[in-house]
Design a binder for this molecule. Structure first.
Ligand code: IPE
Ligand code: IPE
Ligand code: MG
Length: 247
């Protein structure tokens, strides 16, 4: 029996976020160039997206490229951009076949114009789908997002559209790139690093964190189901006591 049968489908996390890390080390272990790792990382993306769609996850956010990643060597940045855009373009028919809606969050204006156009096309072509929402975090960083939100709030206050006393968690949420997306319930990071690396700092406030040594290109559905089963065994208290949440 596979792990999929052990997952309790009545207790699924609505939103899973993943920091897909370890491509470079995976390639280096094999004596290959880092881009070889990114290429194989795409196989994991396909498998995990399919795995989430199969069990009925509503939202999957994948951290594919951070704003800090722009500072990597030029050949890697160019190679990654080409791979990302190429893959998204090629995957559109599969996304449609599986009823998956694509969303993108991040400072995408920093990406090459042709890449932005390809992304927009993929978003438009999948906009009618009603199954899994696949959120790609591209050129994303949480501090960028929070500053962006704050600037827009300040602009709306200045123009009289918003009053300072109207700012609460609901209004603030609407200024984030994840407006209308529920907070992740489970966040997975591969490759043994125990940090957040500027990912969804605000949204992860009460998210269950799961770290695994597995490098991203080796991460498959079975690893995902293992993480979900682990999540389902946890008690989420949101500040209350254990006996309160058991009521
Ligand atoms: C994750 O793998 C992919 C991106 C950050 C784009 P890395 O490229 O960070 O791989 P490691 O962490 O160097 O092994
Ligand atoms: C985080 O991985 C970003 C992505 C997976 C896209 P990094 O490899 O860039 O993070 P650090 O530098 O190890 O914190
Ligand atoms: Mg890394």
């Amino acid at each position: 029996m596979g792990l999929k049968e052990i997952v309790d489908i009545n207790k699924l996390p609505k939103h899973i976020a993943i920091i897909m890390d370890g491509n470079g080390r995976w390639a280096q272990e094999k004596g290959q160039d880092r881009l070889f790792g990114h290429l194989h990382g795409v196989e994991s993306v396909r498998d995990i997206v399919e795995g989430c769609a199969e069990i009925g996850i509503n939202f999957l956010t994948l951290y594919a490229f951070s704003t800090e990643n722009w500072d990597r060597p030029e050949y890697e940045v160019i190679g990654l951009m080409e791979l990302l855009v190429d893959t998204i373009k090629k995957e559109v028919p599969t996304l449609n076949k599986n009823n998956i809606k694509l969303h993108v969050i991040g400072a995408t204006h920093m990406m090459p114009e042709s890449a932005q156009a390809e992304l927009q096309e993929a978003i438009d072509k999948t906009s009618h789908n009603t199954g899994l929402n696949l959120v790609m975090a591209l050129s994303y960083s949480s501090r960028w997002e929070i500053i962006q939100a704050t600037q827009n709030i300040a602009k709306d206050i200045k123009s009289g559209k918003l009053q300072p006393e109207e700012i609460n968690q609901n209004t603030y949420n609407q200024y984030l790139t994840t407006a209308d997306i529920p907070d992740p319930e489970l966040m997975i990071r591969t490759s043994g690093e125990h940090r957040i690396s500027n990912f969804l700092l605000y949204q992860l406030a009460y998210t269950e964190l799961y770290f695994t040594e597995t490098l991203w290109p080796d991460f498959r559905k079975e690893n995902l189901y293992e993480a979900i089963i682990n999540f389902q065994q946890r008690e989420r208290r949101f500040g209350k006591t254990s006996s309160q949440v058991k009521l």
